[in-house]
Design a protein around this ligand. Structure first.
Ligand code: FEO
Length: 394
């Protein structure tokens, strides 16, 4: 595997081929935990890997340099997928100083016993000379934790961007142009929807800040390194940040005895009369990870559930709880669902949608027991309205 980014800069991370659950995020293509080694008169390591892969990480560093020659261990982000091997690394690099901002120092001290760690606390925009190479640190609070920062290798214009621009994507290739770029962009989109989406303003601040830098390479903490598609990923982030809609309608539902399913299909049929992309998702067959990714750039949505125990079906409750926390913006739509003796399911769905500030284009569409022709026509008509909204997207 090629691990050299440029002269004196190497990847020393771990390819996590088999991770499939990243605290609820379904990572069908695995992930990588990226760590980077910079060799100069001084030697620096940027971030580490999950604790259980610390041996692999140390072995990669040791292939390049004697471990006691590492001078700086930089922490861009205290989340344990990147800081988990710090306790082992601090012991293995006896001469290393941990470089981080003050918030990160505090966060690390709440995760680990740091009593014997040597710290060098850096301010926003502070620089660190390694000899001929200069590193500069920029705080990027809430992207995606309060202490997050990025490291910029000034002379070579390499941005070690931490979680920003990452993808959960395992590969034996390290660069975007060596990989299937459609897969990489899809994984970057999924990563954004599942991790970064709630942080619109902090992401805007970070992009504005970093937009002033000359960037020839973006080396994130997960996935492949961007060197050929930098403008594409930057442009994509600008759209994802505001959940910029495309001509797409998402209809997601759970069903018990097929009545709500028939309603969902009628909504889809109404929408499909127009030239828009219609996604019809039975939440019994779809996971929350792909659901929120789909919703993020939908122009219009309809979510449905029958009443179950005076509430909604558990898979739909899980999906809506997940997507509510991630806060997609600017969606229009409605709730729907069948019921036996109390129309509580669709009301609860509507409650979730209201909590996400979605704009209702009509009241919940409901029917008692089986969906009759009148109900199905109402669904088709509402589907047509969703499509009208989607057609207005760019
Ligand atoms: Fe990959 Fe926020 O950690």
């Amino acid at each position: 595997m090629k691990t050299i980014l440029t002269e004196g800069v190497s990847w020393v991370g771990f390819v996590d081929w088999n991770v499939r659950d990243f605290h609820g995020y379904v990572t069908d293509r695995g992930s990588t935990h990226n760590s980077y080694l910079i060799e100069d008169e001084k030697i620096a390591v940027i971030d580490t890997v999950k604790a259980q892969y610390s041996e692999d990480f140390l072995a990669r560093v040791a292939e390049k340099v004697p471990l006691d020659k590492v001078d700086y261990l930089i922490c861009n982000h205290a989340e344990p997928d990147h800081s988990g091997s710090f306790p082992v690394a601090v012991k293995a690099f006896p001469n290393a100083v941990v470089v981080c901002n003050a918030k990160c120092q505090k966060a690390l001290s709440m995760h680990y016993d740091v009593s014997d760690w040597k710290f060098q606390v850096v301010e926003d925009a502070e620089t660190l000379s390694l000899g001929t190479k200069t590193l500069q640190f920029f705080n990027t609070p809430m992207v995606h934790w309060p202490e997050s920062m990025v490291t910029y290798y000034v002379e070579k214009e390499i941005l070690f961007s931490m979680d920003v621009f990452g993808q959960h994507y395992a590969s034996s290739y390290r660069f975007d142009d060596e990989s299937d770029i459609c897969e990489v962009m899809q994984e970057a989109k999924m990563y954004y929807a599942n991790i970064v989406l709630p942080f619109e303003r902090p992401v805007g601040n970070a992009l504005e800040r970093l937009g002033g830098l000359k960037i020839s390479m973006i080396a994130p903490s997960h996935g492949v390194i961007w060197r050929s598609h930098i403008s594409e990923i930057m442009q994509a982030y600008a759209g994802w940040r505001v959940s910029k809609p495309v001509k797409k309608v998402v209809i997601a539902f759970s069903s018990m005895w097929n009545s709500t399913r028939k309603m969902a299909k009628a909504i889809a049929a109404g929408a499909e009369e127009s030239d828009v992309n219609v996604h019809l998702l039975d939440m019994a067959a779809n996971n929350n990870t792909t659901f929120v990714t789909d919703v993020m750039d939908a122009a219009a949505v309809a979510f449905g559930s029958p009443t179950l125990n005076m509430g909604i079906m558990p898979r739909m409750a899980s999906a809506l709880t997940y997507v509510r926390g991630l806060k997609p913006k600017g969606k229009k739509g409605f709730a729907f669902g069948s019921y036996g003796w109390a129309a509580k399911g669709s009301d609860e769905v509507a409650g979730y949608m209201k909590a996400m500030n979605m704009e209702f284009i009509c009241d919940p569409i409901v029917c008692q027991f089986g969906a009759d022709d009148e109900t199905l026509e109402k669904c088709r008509e509402a589907g047509r309205k969703l499509a009208e909204i989607a057609l207005q997207a760019e």
